[in-house]
Design a protein around this ligand. Structure first.
Ligand code: MG
Length: 297
């Protein structure tokens, strides 16, 4: 089942997406966070009542970020495709490391999150090294700590896509910690909806990123260095994962930073991230003022 957060008739609603139509859910919530935290049982309840709901055309709603309320930073995986790890050798400004034998984890701030068709913010006064990263995203649906690999999939609520837009020089400018370069406001589209785990096999999903119509990344999740169960198992070792937590699973080869010549984003660029069975993120890169003191809600 594809669960979405939409705007219809100037109101935010939850919806189930079915091909070219949607069924609006009457639960008065502003995004899917509450539903996800309620756990996988809520999916069964929606499915059982779905037949009775009216459908409206998908074109009559605006898809927005499925989740906007987070109880902590977005959890992320680095270097989870070996071809991506290798392509970066010599391009990390002296911060190369040996190939890791355990997953690399980091976080990014929730103010990065935008909707599946929103503009990606870019401000060249901050940096000129803005890069794309197509990724599969796991949304946790059941609390757990020390989750064994064999149980990991039972903790997954669903899957979606993200473009983990990254500012490369900022990733390295602050003690070698990636947080800052990964946390610029309004840079990470997610969605376009949340595909529930009960009817989706994430082990071999083809996905790609195009930039101005050219395919720049193309891979399958079967190429991950560390499987999704391994990621959940290692991350939850001594650290509770809770329903509603969001985990990015890493990007494959083809990022702009590793190309010769390097390829960084600019105002007006058109990015599409698409995944088999997961839909598309279609975002224009847009120059904005991120240096103002004013906080945009
Ligand atoms: Mg990434």
């Amino acid at each position: 089942m594809r669960l979405a957060t939409v705007i219809h008739d100037h109101t935010r609603k939850l919806a189930v997406v079915e091909d070219d139509s949607v069924a609006l859910l009457d639960c008065g919530d502003v995004d899917l966070s509450g539903l996800v935290r309620a756990g996988l049982e809520s999916v069964d309840a929606i499915r059982s009542g779905l037949k009775k709901l009216d459908r409206i055309p998908l074109a009559d709603v605006k898809l927005v970020a499925p989740l906007t309320r987070f109880r902590r930073d977005i959890l992320c995986t680095g270097w989870n495709y070996w071809d991506h790890f290798s392509e970066g050798f010599g391009r990390r400004e002296g911060q190369d490391v040996d190939r890791p034998d355990r997953p690399t984890f980091f976080t990014k701030g929730p103010d990065t999150v935008i909707g599946p068709n929103d503009p990606i913010a870019l401000d060249e006064r901050i940096s000129s090294q803005w890069d794309y990263e197509a990724e599969l995203v796991v949304v946790i649906g059941k609390d757990g700590r020390n989750i064994p690999e064999s149980e990991a999939t039972t903790h997954i609520f669903g899957y979606m896509l993200a473009n983990d837009v990254s500012v490369r020089d900022l990733q390295r400018a602050h003690g070698g910690q990636w947080l800052k370069g990964k946390s610029i406001d309004n840079t990470m589209p997610i969605g376009p909806w949340l595909t529930t785990a009960d009817d989706f096999d994430a082990s071999n999903v083809k996905f790609e990123c195009t930039l101005n119509g050219q395919v720049v990344q193309s891979a399958t999740t079967a190429q991950m260095a560390f499987s999704i169960p391994r990621l959940i198992s290692e991350l939850s070792e001594g650290m509770t994962l809770r329903s509603g937590d969001v985990l990015l699973t890493g990007t494959p080869t083809g990022v702009g930073n590793a190309r010769t010549p390097q390829l960084f984003l600019k105002d007006g660029d058109q990015l599409i991230v698409r995944g088999e069975g997961l839909g598309e993120l279609r975002n224009e890169v847009r120059a904005v003022d991120l240096t103002s003191y004013e906080v945009r809600i």
